[in-house]
Design a protein around this ligand. Sequence first.
Ligand code: URA
Length: 243
Amino acid sequence: MPDRITSKTMYASLAGYLEDLQESGVEGVPVAIPREPHPDTPKNVSHVKNLEELACQVQDCTKCGLSAERKRVVFGQGNPKARLVLVGEAPGAEEDRQGIPFVGDAGMVLTRLLKAMGLSREDVYICNVIKCRPPGNRNPHKDEIVACSGYLKQQLALINPQVLVALGTFAAQTLLATKEPISRMRGHFHPMPGHKNLAVMPTFHPAFLLRNQENREHFWEVWDDMTKVLAHLGLPIPDKQRR
Ligand code: URA
């Protein structure tokens, strides 16, 4: 059996090896080989290994004025390896209180929709474009969108989903960098700018469905969009009869 290698013998053989290299004309060896970041990692966000590390980083974010008024950062929730990611606008009051996306009235609609699709919140990943609540639920400002955009980009790079559902006008227009109305975008997959193999399905926001409950057609339009998502993912499509 060979002798146990002690650090002394290891250093001696390494020194001998380096001397041999030097004698044969080698002038230096690289100290470390830098690891290439994921191609979708934005330049302005420091490199992190996983979603938990990124979430920790975002908890302390003060990149925009929303940090002064938030109770909690609402980073995201769900399966870190989800094939389907759903992205809304920004946290509301209940999300700000709990630190979890889509837990208010609109969240209940979203959870019911997922259930109808044969999925649970744990199967997918749910987050928002903006991670902190805009006061009074006003629309996010341009500087807030810019400040927060790197976080969503990095979340998507870490999760690497196949399909992204953009919930509502704000999410769809921000993610697809367009001013196209949601009524024209929904129902079709769009390529996600800057991402390879990520299909975006814009659909109506659950809060819009709640505000327009008398119009059942909007529910069916969202259902049609979701059946396309299920088909794209190769998942079974539950049979629902239009009434
Ligand atoms: N609306 C959103 O867009 N996101 C939430 O988390 C809740 C409501």
